[in-house]
Design a protein around this ligand. Structure first.
Ligand code: GCW
Length: 698
C-alpha cells in the first residue's frame, strides 16, 4: 500500500495517472489519479482500492507479474520479460521498467521490487514519461545492503551519543529510550529504500550496558523501529554483546560451547523472532577494543560465531561477525607486531569453519578506514566463507563531515580491485558471492550470496541528516554502489545533484551542476593531499581523530605508527626485512607491494620505510612530494570555497544549505592550512631538506 501510494504520487507529479494491478486483482479497474491518494490522512489500514478511481486513462502501470488482466502495454512487456529471463526470475527485489505506447510499465515479482522500481522512476524523472524506454531489468548485486549505526541509547561522556557521529544525536534513541519522533524514522526508512539499503543495525557495535538490553527486556523498542522500517523493506539487525548470557542471562559463563549458553542464545533468539518475525540477525564485535569474545573462553572466532548462527538459523537470520580484531595494547617498542596483519592472522586459518549463515564483515583496508589503504588481504583469503566488505560512510578519518570528501571514487576503486590480479573477480564479486561459485551475481542477475556491502552510517538527527549537506552524497553513493558496484561514482554524483538541488528549476542549472562537481569531484584526493602522505595513515589527533597531530599515535599502544626519523619514513611491511605483511596477499600483489620499485606511489609508505630522498614514480622525492601536495591541497580547498561562494551568491541553493556549507568550508580551509603547516614543518625539521620552491615553512 505504501508503494502504491508513492507510485500514485510519482505519476501525479508528472500530471499523469497510475493504474496498479496487484497479483490477485482486488477490483476490476484500478486506474487512479495520484492526488486522490496523496493525503497524509491515508493510513495503512485504508484500502488503496478505496482511493482508486475507476475508468480513468493512465500513464503509469505498476503490476506484479502474477497479476491477471494486465492492460496492453504491460502485457507486452511481461511477455518479453518472460521470454528473456523467465517468469519469477526478478526475485524479491528486482524490477523491470519500460515505456511502450505512451505508457510507463513497472513490473516486479513482489512489492519490494515495485518499491525499488518506484525510486528508479523518480531518478529518471521526466525521462520516465518521455520517449519509449527499452526493457530494462534491474537486480541488486548483493542480497544484503546494510548500514550499521554506531548509535547509543545513552550519551557517552566522551564519544557523545553516536560513536564517531558528526550529525547530532541518534535518530532512533533519545533521552535514554526510543525516540518520540517516529516520523523521522519513517522518513529515514523511505530515504534508505530510495538508495536500495535494506538492512540496518540500530545500535553501536560497542555494546554498552544499557544497549545490551535491546536483545531482551528492551526488545519492544526494537520491534517498534522494525514496524516503522518494514513498509520500506528495511530489516532490523542488532549489535549484541558476546557476554550477554552472563550480563543478561545471569549464567556463570558465555563460553560458546557450553550447552547452557547455547540454549540461552537459542531461547533468546526465539523470543526476538516472536516479537520481530522478519528480524535480520546479529552483528558482533568480539575480542576487539575491549569488547568480550570467544578468546576469553579459549575458543576460536568460528566457535563463537557458530553458536550465535545456530540460534538464528531456524529463523533465517544471519550473524555478521566483524574481522576487526587486533591487539590495542601493543608495545610501541615491539617492531614485530603489525596491526595490519591481525585480521588475516586471526581469520584466514578459520576459512571453511564458519556456518553458512555467518558473514565475516571485513573492513575494506587492513588498518582502519584511513584515507588511503590497500585492500584488506582477508578478502582474498576466505573462499569458503561468506564475506561482507565494510565501508565507513561516517567520515571519522576523512574530515568528520566538516570537510567535503566525496568517497564514491574511493569505494569504487576498492570494489573494482582484483585481489588475484587478473581482470576478475573483483572485490565486489567476492562480497556478492559471485567469485566463489554462489549463483552468479552481477547486475541483471538475481543474487543468492549471503555477503554484501555494509557501511557505518553518517546519519543523525541533524536537520540536514548528515551535518555537512554535501555528505549526503556519500550515503547516496554507498546505497547505489551496494546495489550495483559497477556504477560510475561521477554519474552517481550527477544523480545525487539532480535529485538534491533540482538544477533545472533554478536560474542557472549549468552553473549549479558544474560548481557542485567542482567542489566534490576530486575532494577525496584533496583531503588525502593535505593529510597523512603516501598511505602512511593516522597522524590525526588521538581520541577525536580530527585535525593533525603527527606524532599523536607514535608512542601509543594502538599499533598505528609512521616511524619517521631524520632519514626517512614509512612502515616496512615486506617479507624481506619487515613484518611480512606483503606475504598475506596472493600474487601478483604480494610481489607488487614487496618492492618499492613496483609499489604504487600512493601506498609507498604503507609498505616501505624509505629515505626522504627516495624518488617516486612521479619523479619527485618523497619529501618534495609531501611539501607539494600539502601546499596544493590547502590551495585547492580555498578554490572549493570560492567556487561555492559564487554559487551561494547567485542564489542557486537553499539559503540554509548555503549557510551550512559555507560555514563548513571555512572550517575546512582553516583545518587544511593547519595540516599543511604542521606536516610541512614536521618533515622540514626532521629531514632538514628545504622546499625546492622556497615556500614558507614554519
Ligand atoms: O575506527 C575505529 C573507531 C572506533 C570504532 C572501531 C570499530 C565502534 O575509532 O570508534 O568503534 O573503529 O570499527 O569497531
Amino acid at each position: 500500500q505504501t508503494v502504491v501510494r508513492e507510485l500514485a504520487r510519482a505519476a501525479d507529479r508528472h500530471g499523469g495517472t497510475l493504474r496498479h494491478q496487484p497479483a490477485r486483482p482486488q477490483q476490476a479497474d484500478t486506474g487512479t489519479r495520484g492526488s486522490d491518494s496523496d493525503s497524509d490522512s491515508d493510513s495503512d489500514s485504508d484500502s488503496d482500492d478505496a482511493s482508486i478511481r475507476a475508468g480513468a486513462g493512465f500513464d503509469l502501470v505498476s503490476a506484479l507479474t502474477g497479476a491477471d488482466d494486465l492492460p496492453g502495454p504491460a502485457a507486452m512487456v511481461l511477455a518479453e520479460v518472460d521470454r528473456r529471463v523467465g517468469r519469477g526470475s526478478l526475485g524479491t527485489e528486482g524490477f523491470v521498467l519500460a515505456r511502450r505506447e505512451g505508457v510507463t510499465v513497472l513490473l516486479a515479482d513482489g512489492p519490494a521490487g515495485l518499491l525499488y522500481g518506484l525510486f528508479h522512476l523518480v531518478r529518471l524523472g521526466e525521462a520516465a514519461f518521455g520517449a519509449a524506454l527499452p526493457i530494462d531489468v534491474h537486480h541488486p548485486v548483493s542480497a544484503r545492503r546494510m548500514l550499521n549505526h554506531w548509535d547509543n541509547i545513552d550519551t557517552h561522556p566522551v564519544m557523545g551519543q553516536v560513536e564517531r557521529g558528526y550529525s547530532g544525536g541518534s535518530i532512533f534513541w533519545r533521552d535514554g529510550g526510543l525516540t518520540g519522533d517516529l516520523d523521522r524514522v519513517r522518513a529515514y526508512a523511505r530515504l534508505l529504500a530510495s538508495i536500495g539499503v535494506n538492512a540496518v543495525t540500530v545500535n553501536n557495535v560497542n555494546v554498552h550496558a544499557t544497549e545490551a538490553h535491546l536483545l531482551t527486556d528492551r526488545l519492544d523498542d526494537v520491534a517498534a523501529l522494525a514496524g516503522v522500517l518494514r513498509p520500506y523493506h528495511v530489516r532490523v539487525h542488532l549489535s549484541v554483546n558476546f557476554n550477554s548470557p552472563v550480563a543478561l542471562g545471569g549464567l556463570p559463563t558465555a563460553d560458546p560451547l557450553d550447552p547452557g549458553v547455547r540454549t540461552w542464545w537459542a531461547e533468546t533468539t526465539r523470543r526476538v523472532y516472536a516479537a520481530i518475525p522478519d528480524f535480520g540477525g546479529y552483528v558482533v564485535k568480539a575480542d576487539s577494543e575491549g569488547q568480550p569474545g570467544p578468546f576469553g573462553y579459549g575458543r576460536t572466532h568460528a566457535e563463537g560465531a557458530n553458536t550465535l548462527a545456530a540460534a538464528l538459523e531456524p529463523h533465517g537470520g544471519v550473524v555478521h561477525w566483524r574481522a576487526f580484531v587486533y591487539n590495542h595494547h601493543q608495545d610501541w617498542r615491539d617492531r614485530s607486531t603489525d596491526r595490519a596483519r591481525a585480521a588475516h592472522d586471526h581469520f584466514a586459518p578459520l576459512d571453511g569453519h564458519f556456518a553458512g549463515n555467518v558473514v565475516l564483515q571485513v573492513k575494506h583496508g587492513p588498518i582502519d578506514f584511513q584515507t588511503r589503504e590497500p585492500v584488506s588481504p582477508v578478502i582474498a583469503a576466505m573462499p569458503g566463507t561468506h564475506l561482507a566488505v565494510e565501508l565507513q560512510v561516517t567520515q571519522e578519518y576523512t574530515g568528520q563531515q566538516r570537510h567535503v570528501c566525496y568517497l564514491g571514487p574511493m569505494w569504487s576503486e576498492v570494489l573494482s580491485f582484483t585481489p588475484w590480479g587478473a581482470t576478475r573477480p573483483t572485490v565486489a564479486e567476492v562480497a556478492s558471492g559471485a567469485a566463489h561459485g554462489d549463483e552468479r551475481a552481477e547486475p541483471g542477475r538475481r543474487p543468492s550470496g549471503q555477503g554484501g556491502l555494509v557501511a557505518v552510517s553518517n546519519v543523525g538527527d541533524d536537520p540536514f541528516w548528515t551535518g555537512h549537506p554535501l555528505a549526503q552524497a556519500n550515503l547516496y553513493a554507498f546505497g547505489r554502489l551496494a546495489w550495483n558496484p559497477l556504477l560510475d561514482p561521477a554519474a552517481l554524483l550527477d544523480e545525487w545533484i539532480e535529485l538534491t538541488f533540482t538544477p533545472a528549476a533554478t536560474a542557472d542549472p549549468d552553473l549549479l551542476r558544474r560548481t557542485v562537481h567542482k567542489v566534490m569531484d576530486g575532494s577525496w584526493q584533496v583531503y588525502e593531499s593535505y593529510t597523512a602522505p603516501l598511505g602512511v595513515g593516522f597522524m590525526v589527533r588521538p581520541g577525536s581523530h580530527y585535525g593533525p597531530d603527527v606524532d599523536g599515535y607514535e608512542y601509543t599502544p594502538w599499533g598505528t605508527y609512521h616511524f619517521a626519523d631524520r632519514d626517512g619514513i614509512g612502515v616496512d611491511r615486506t617479507r624481506a626485512t619487515g613484518t611480512g605483511f606483503t606475504g598475506q596477499y596472493p600474487k601478483p600483489w604480494s610481489d607488487v607491494y614487496e618492492s618499492p620499485a613496483s609499489c604504487p606511489d600512493e601506498l609507498l609508505l604503507f609498505f616501505h620505510h624509505v629515505p626522504y630522498t627516495h624518488v617516486l614514480h612521479s619523479g619527485k622525492t618523497v619529501v618534495q612530494h609531501i611539501y607539494d601536495t600539502h601546499f596544493d591541497g590547502a590551495d585547492r580547498v580555498a578554490l572549493m570555497r570560492s567556487s561555492w561562494a559564487r554559487l551561494g551568491d547567485a542564489g542557486l541553493v537553499d539559503p540554509d544549505v548555503d549557510a551550512r556549507v559555507r560555514e563548513r568550508l571555512d572550517e575546512q580551509l582553516r583545518c587544511a592550512q593547519e595540516w599543511r603547516d604542521q606536516i610541512n614543518t614536521y618533515f622540514y625539521r626532521k629531514s632538514g631538506i628545504p622546499d625546492a620552491h622556497g615556500r614558507r615553512i614554519h
